[in-house]
Design a protein around this ligand. Structure first.
Ligand code: F6P
Length: 488
């Protein structure tokens, strides 16, 4: 790390996120008395937030505050705090346990049935029961209290994501001299969409207690300022500089695109056993396991555009019968937010569509689409990316989408093509993808056809440009840019 970038970092940090970087699970039924290391297994989270912030916390030290969601989380914690990572103990993880009612109202409620659909421009899915707001507010207050317990007056706190829009205002009241950062990992909508937000002014008021609010793209940061201008009467907004003055705080809204741990993904891909991954994923579905693979990897979230993608495969195989048997589509899906009816329905629809397409085109020798919900290790996933000839990343809207970063990075053999939604944040940052409108089924089919038939030079050239643009956004740079935007 260079001297100037290290200068931007605080001496220690408090991070606040919904998901924790490490969780504890019982390995067997817990026994009475002292807990030994054999009684629990520690799992490391694999998402973008952990891979960006865990190395930072390991080097700076400090406290990470998060929801206690593993089976044994609170049992191993002393007054809610456990030192992590295991064996290294370089920072504290402070866990906040939530009741069933809090999980329902805060997580399944206001966070994921109001803010998530709002910010992904799916306002028809917003459902705002009164308890959702009450619990969201109460949980934000509990997290703010947890932050107050572990901070000194001039500390730096970094809130992550839409789960914590209100906590910064509560922390600011108790810690007027602290430096408060926020990063909003999902898109921020235009004012005409934000108008649908129940309690929208309170959400903005909470965020405006921060010195810096980061977003993945310029349009997100600009939309935020425009929403403040339209919604918060007492705020002064400088749209050119992305600065808001309100209640004694100057808030900078900055575009700071998140990247991945490039070296980590690359070395896992290099170490992967691609033949074993092919056998594991394709099994006996095809006689020739070296068949080209087209890949989709996502949570079963309605913003991800999976049904349109299956329709595009259908359209392509209909239009180009010669491509039947020419490749297999692999959909790696993860179940998510199943406490919400929209998510349960979406999963059923995706599974039914996968089945339909296999029934329609499948032969004795060829299984057109493989669907798996199996949990894959980071190593196997990197191997799967490396095996894939084309990746389809076609969300309706996405803050960034790190699969679009991981796939090209894992193509360590210098070959592979990315079809990318022009409405993912990644499309504003990455050079070399074949971009599509994620609602346009014919366009997705055409882009896939093109990706499969690109000549080798073009494919390698595009991949090289993708890899270069991804490297420039490495997660270390993301951390440094965020702090450089803060007050001196
Ligand atoms: O994209 C926003 C985000 O919170 C990510 O940080 C995370 O990977 C994803 O959504 C998962 O959501 P959840 O925590 O609800 O499973």
């Amino acid at each position: 790390m260079s001297q100037s970038s290290a200068d931007a970092l605080p001496e220690s940090l408090v991070v606040v996120s919904n998901r924790q970087p490490y969780s504890h699970e019982w390995t067997a039924d817990p026994v009475e008395g002292a807990i030994t290391t054999d009684d629990v297994a520690v799992t490391t989270a694999t998402g973008g937030v952990t891979s960006a912030l865990d190395p930072l916390m390991r080097s700076l030290g400090g406290t990470w505050v998060a929801w206690a969601s593993g089976d044994a989380d609170m049992a191993v914690a002393d007054e809610g705090i456990v030192a992590v990572p295991p064996g290294e103990e370089s920072y504290d993880l402070k866990r906040v346990p939530l009741s069933e009612a809090e999980i329902e109202g805060y997580y399944h409620g206001y966070a994921n049935q109001v803010l998530w659909p709002l910010c992904h421009e799916e306002s028809g899915r917003i459902w705002a029961k009164p308890t959702y707001w009450e619990q969201y507010r109460a949980v934000n207050e509990r997290f703010a209290e947890a932050v107050r317990e572990v901070t000194d007056p001039e500390d730096t706190v970094w809130f992550q994501d839409y789960h914590f829009a209100l906590a910064p205002r509560r922390v600011r009241a108790a810690r007027p001299d602290a430096t408060l950062h926020h990063f909003w990992h999902i898109p921020w909508p235009a004012p005409t969409v934000f108008d649908h937000c129940p309690r929208g002014e309170a959400v903005l008021d909470g965020l405006l207690a921060c010195d810096v609010v980061g977003f993945h793209t310029e349009p997100d940061a600009d939309h935020f300022c425009r929403c403040v201008e339209a919604t918060v009467p007492d705020a002064t907004v400088d749209l050119d500089d992305g600065v808001v003055r309100y209640e004694g705080t100057e808030t900078r809204a900055v575009a700071n695109p998140l990247g991945i741990d490039v070296d980590g993904v690359r070395s896992r891909a290099e170490a992967s056993d691609t033949d074993a991954v092919r056998r594991q994923m394709l099994g006996d579905t095809v006689p020739d396991p070296s068949i080209p693979v087209v890949l989709g990897v996502e949570r079963l979230d309605y913003s991800k555009g999976i049904p349109e993608r299956i329709a595009a495969l259908d359209h392509l195989w209909e239009r180009r019968p010669d491509l039947r048997g020419a490749f297999t589509y692999v959909q790696k899906a993860s179940r998510t937010r199943e406490g919400i009816a929209d998510y349960r329905r979406y999963r059923q629809d995706v599974v039914a569509e996968m089945q339909r397409i296999n029934e329609r085109y499948g032969t004795d020798d060829w299984h057109p689409a493989v669907y798996t919900e199996r949990r894959l290790s980071a190593e196997t996933l990197a191997g799967l990316y490396r095996v894939a000839d084309v990746a389809l990343v076609t969300p309706h809207r996405d803050g960034m989408n790190l699969v679009a970063h991981e796939y090209p990075t894992a193509c360590v053999d210098g070959d592979g093509a990315l079809v990318l939604s022009e409405l993912a944040g990644a499309a504003t940052q990455l050079d070399g993808a074949l971009t599509v409108n994620p609602h346009d089924i014919a366009e997705i089919a055409d882009a896939l056809e093109r990706a499969l038939e690109l000549d080798e030079r073009d494919r390698r050239d595009r991949l090289g440009r993708l890899q270069a643009s991804i490297e420039a956004l490495d997660s270390t740079n993301w951390v440094e840019r965020q702090f450089r935007a803060g007050p001196d």
